[in-house]
Design a protein around this ligand. Structure first.
Ligand code: BGC
Length: 364
């Protein structure tokens, strides 16, 4: 079968032919890959800055944002049948008996760093015509989400973040009457999906991103009901003047300088969630100013990565809610579909479209 893989030694990215995987345990499921989304992490993987092949292998099959269709189930699998649509989780637990989060099923909080991630870290991904996975790592998706469910995994980032914001804000000894204001930094798929989650939770949400208007991301954000402000045209103080300070900042741009500048726009008692992984380390900060602001305003900065089973369940439900609340909105996030042969050019940027690119393995 066809698969897309990176070969770190030769620094190559190519379509290869590999044997079709088979069920090797009664709890496994064989899945036909329908679509695989690409993101900034995939760019890091194809540029050999992040990720590694499985132990003892010279290549890694890429792809971690996936929608598939069940073709075969092991005899102990319950609740899944051939024809069902499924989305797989990404991270698998580390082997350490001492890792409490992994042993408790919260591998997204792994403390040893010895987890694997399919398509990223030490385990083959889903950019292949078929894959096999344990049923415990698959989430069933209703058929009517066929066109948008490839967005489930990037949406789980926002689901986990929102859950953490709720936990953090339960520290406030009074119950705030209003959901408050949010600013999303970055208007890529993670930012736009984050804005949808925050608006669904009742926050008055602004999307703050570099490109001046008009542009496709700004149009989409505003059609969803989130005003778009360009950071090129409006520095943070202008943003604050226009929109007020934010009780929640959801960072989804991966640029440290832009993120920490926006700390100035965080309201007292606010929470700042970082989801992006910056690539360069040449940025400078005034740590003293930041520390004083955090302390004097009781603020919290939280980093978040990966997501748990409950975030996948919530994401699938949110996709259904979003389709009703914003008809056609999710569809507009997916701005291009490509064949597997285009993978390298899409991920590196030559064929990248305005928002989300998706690789199609099985049309329909
Ligand atoms: C994925 C996460 C993963 C992270 C780090 C992100 O793009 O969505 O599942 O944990 O990269 O590898």
């Amino acid at each position: 079968m066809k698969a897309v893989a990176v070969f770190p030694k030769g620094r190559e990215v190519k379509v290869i032919d590999v044997p079709e995987p088979r069920l090797r345990s009664p709890t496994q499921v064989r899945v036909r890959t329908l679509e695989v989304g690409v993101c900034g992490t995939d760019k890091e993987v194809v540029e050999f800055k992040h990720g590694k092949p499985p132990e003892g292998e010279d290549h890694l099959i890429v792809g971690h944002e996936c929608l598939g269709e069940v073709v075969e189930v092991g005899e102990q699998v319950k609740g899944l049948a051939p024809g069902d649509l499924v989305v797989p989780r990404v991270r698998r637990p580390c082997p350490s008996p001492e890792c409490e989060p992994c042993r408790a099923g919260y591998t997204d909080f792994c403390v040893t760093g010895e987890y694997t991630e399919r398509g990223i870290q030490g385990a083959h991904g889903f950019a292949a015509e078929f894959f096999v996975e344990d049923a415990a790592y698959l989430h069933r998706v209703p058929r009517e989400l066929r066109g948008v469910a490839v967005l489930t995994e990037p949406l789980t980032i926002a689901e986990k973040a929102l859950r953490e914001v709720a936990h953090v804000q339960s520290r406030l000894p009074w119950k705030p009457k209003q959901a408050g204001r949010a600013v999303v930094l970055g208007a890529g798929p993670v930012g736009l999906l984050g804005a949808m989650v925050l608006m669904r939770a009742g926050l008055r949400t602004t999307v703050y991103s570099r490109s001046p208007k008009p542009n496709a991301k700004a149009e989409l954000a505003e059609s969803l009901g989130a005003p778009y402000v360009s950071s090129k045209q409006h520095p943070v103080d202008a943003l604050v003047k226009q929109r007020g300070r934010a009780d929640v900042v959801y960072e989804a741009a991966g640029v440290a300088s832009a993120a920490f500048q926006l700390l100035e726009g965080l309201a007292p008692n606010g929470v700042f969630v970082l989801t992006g992984v910056p690539q360069s380390q040449e940025e400078e900060l005034d740590e003293g100013v930041l520390m004083k602001q955090l302390v004097m305003n009781n603020q919290v900065v939280v980093g978040t990565v990966n997501a748990a089973a409950e975030d996948f369940q919530e994401a699938v439900q949110d996709l259904e809610r979003f389709r009703k609340k914003w008809p056609g909105g999710l569809e507009r996030i997916i701005t291009a579909r490509h064949p597997p042969e285009a993978y390298a050019e899409v991920v590196k940027g030559d064929k990248r479209s305005a928002i989300k690119d998706v690789i199609v393995f099985a049309p329909g």
